[in-house]
Write a protein that binds this ligand. Structure first.
Ligand code: SRM
Ligand code: SF4
Length: 573
């Protein structure tokens, strides 16, 4: 049973638990503190609740020292996360997000690793107008962050349009079903009618109760052979099983998660394990019951130990299976055959089985902005959205698909994409195409090192090494995060970097190309010169000694450069 490394089960609940319970279903004093004109900030208790509404208070860390010197309060601002299950939106919704980014945020849009959008730099007094406009366009920020189920990811597979349509529909249903029910969001942001004392009224959270979850919860659906959503990194994953061209159901995975803390071996990234198969109609029930298991058994004392992966690892995967079957009232069927080939995106034009065309674009680290080298990504996507009749789909790798383009419109979309430099991203090296970096500085309050602003230049140097070995077309998954929280799933990079201090990273090697094996630390706390010096000889050996079709992550293990990680519990061994 429980070998809880932190706390006996009767340890007192953490502060956040008290804040949630006292909050009257996520209200707290947000209504007043958002109106307070004296400061651009909100108190910490409200900030904790604000996350459930899809926003984090931040400050611009580039300006922190200067403002402290000038005895000014930090440059407080808010990040807003907009969720859309499976990452599909209409061109008119895109235009609204684009306009809000120009008007109230920092003029850019950030496509995230979970197929959501982030706007950064919104000041407190513009929050309500922004959230309202998002809701008016039928998108939401509700439960984009916080101790609830987050955006449900889903493969934006443009090839098999019919199966994708069905899978996407289930992603939406799971997402809707697990949304919090509290009217606090409507009251606060949408001028919904106030419920005076929700403790006594009909307002209830049938799934979350008034305690919500011990920690965030994440669900993703993959459609093999693509593991683009990194299904094993999810708390709960569904792997679509397609038989005779039809969706037969899903294999269910449980207990994945990427976050850890440097120096604390009781925290670790972990991969979900396949526990069985369910029919499509059972998927919502499996998700609900799993969420309630985590609600009831997750650690509410130590937040570092509160993710579902620890609930499972402490008790064993068989315990979860039994508890799930018990709550379902039926047993999951045995898992079915499937095979993943990769966890990245496939770029360029493809024709779907519905006869429509889809253009997958490489958007470096998901940052939609214009630059001074002729890449007018923001302007280009805006101009395309004005004429495009299909959809925009975000991928789980921070990229974007211009989806469902008719044969007649293809030429027009293509020429706009070329005109604004959007397609130039398709000609970058195979390494860059498979790269991902989290936001980190200057907005992320937890960043220990640069990520989004640094990885592109590090890749340029690695490209020179790879080209020297004739490997410029070799696909290698490379990922970086500015701290060990894992927002760009760096523990699943064949080459992974996790920030340790300004300019210093831990280097990890040995994850698989299809996302079914974690990497392992190879060198600790090294700067750029050492990174390049360490990787150069390994890349050289890979060029000379690899076997036919062998991926880099597999090679470093076969060559004895690093040991394979079989389970996250051995990650630090
Ligand atoms: Fe994340 C916290 C950004 C995906 C694990 N994440 C944060 C915060 C909100 C920082 C904070 O708490 O103050 C970051 C905001 C930075 C900023 O300025 O925008 C942040 N996370 C992101 C995004 C935007 C990264 C990106 O470059 O795309 C991703 C938004 C996803 C979305 O749309 O919902 C993002 N975060 C992830 C992922 C990847 C995933 O979900 O597939 C993970 C690892 C998977 C997992 O959860 O295990 C992830 N973020 C974390 C954690 C560590 C959780 C843990 O288990 O310990 C934190 C810190 C926390 O929760 O305390 C965190
Ligand atoms: Fe911030 Fe760390 Fe997440 Fe990067 S991994 S966005 S630095 S919390």
């Amino acid at each position: 049973m429980a070998k809880d490394p932190y706390a006996p089960k009767d340890a007192p609940p953490s502060d956040v638990e008290h804040i949630k319970i006292k909050s009257n279903y996520l209200r707290g004093s947000l209504a007043e503190t958002l109106e307070d004109r004296i400061t651009g900030s909100i108190p910490e208790d409200d900030n904790r609740l604000m996350k459930h509404h899809g926003s984090y208070m931040q400050d611009d860390r580039d300006l922190r020292n200067e403002r402290t010197k000038q005895k000014l309060e930090p440059a407080y601002q808010f990040m807003l996360r907009i969720r859309a299950a499976g990452g599909i939106i209409t061109p008119s919704q895109w235009l609204v997000i684009d306009e809000l980014a120009q008007k109230y945020a920092n003029g850019t849009i950030r496509l995230t690793t979970r197929q959501s959008f982030q706007l950064h730099g919104i000041i407190k007094w513009n929050m309500k107008t922004t959230v309202k406009a998002i809701n008016e366009t039928l998108l939401t920020t509700y439960a984009a962050c916080g101790d609830v189920n987050r955006n449900v990811m889903c493969n934006p597979n443009p090839y098999q349009s019919e199966v994708h349509g069905e899978v996407y529909d289930w992603a939406n249903r799971i997402s809707e079903h697990l949304l919090p029910q509290s009217r606090a969001y409507h009251e606060l942001w949408l001028d919904g009618e106030k419920i005076v004392d929700s403790q006594d009224t009909a307002e209830q959270e049938p799934i979350y109760k008034n305690v919500y979850l011990p920690r965030k919860f994440k669900i993703g659906i993959a459609v093999p052979p693509s593991n683009d959503v990194d299904v094993y990194s999810q708390d709960l994953g569904f792997i679509a099983i397609v038989e005779n061209g039809k969706l037969a159901g899903f294999n269910v995975t449980a207990g994945g998660g990427m976050g850890m803390t440097h120096g604390d071996t009781a925290t670790y990234p972990q991969l979900g394990r396949v526990v069985g198969f369910c029919t499509p109609e059972q998927a919502v029930d499996v998700a609900e019951k799993t969420v309630t298991i985590q609600r009831d058994y997750g650690d509410r004392s130590v937040r570092k130990h509160a993710r579902f992966k620890y609930t499972i690892d402490d008790r064993g995967i068989d315990w979860y299976k039994e508890e799930l079957n018990r709550r379902l009232g039926y047993a999951l069927q045995p898992a079915r055959e499937y095979r993943f080939e990769h966890n990245g995106d496939r770029y360029g034009w493809v024709k779907g089985s519905n006869g429509k065309w889809h253009l997958t674009l490489f958007i470096q680290n998901g940052r939609v902005a214009d630059d001074d080298q002729g890449h007018l990504i923001m302007t280009g996507l805006r101009e395309i959205a004005k004429v495009h009749k299909g959809d925009y789909r975000l991928t789980a790798n921070q990229n974007l698909v211009i989806g469902n383009v008719s044969g007649q419109s293809k030429r027009k979309i293509e020429s706009l994409a070329e005109q604004y430099g959007l397609t130039s991203g398709l000609n970058v090296s195979a390494l860059r195409r498979n790269s991902m970096a989290c936001v980190a500085l200057p907005t992320c309050g937890l960043a220990m090192a640069e990520s989004e602003r640094y990885l592109p230049s590090l890749i340029s140097k690695l490209e020179t090494i790879l080209a020297g070995e004739g490997l410029q077309e070799q696909e290698i998954v490379i990922r970086m995060t500015g701290c060990p929280n894992g927002c760009a799933r760096a523990s699943l990079g064949e080459i992974g970097f996790i920030g340790k201090a300004p300019g210093k990273y831990n280097l990890y090697l040995g994850a698989s190309f299809n996302g079914d094996r974690l990497n392992k630390m190879y060198r600790e706390n090294i700067g750029e010169d050492e990174i390049l010096a360490e990787l150069k000889p390994i890349i050289g050996r890979y060029a000379r000694e690899r076997q036919e079709g062998e991926h880099f992550g597999d090679f470093v293990i076969r060559a004895g450069i690093i040991n394979a990680v079989v389970s996250g519990t051995d990650f630090h061994a």
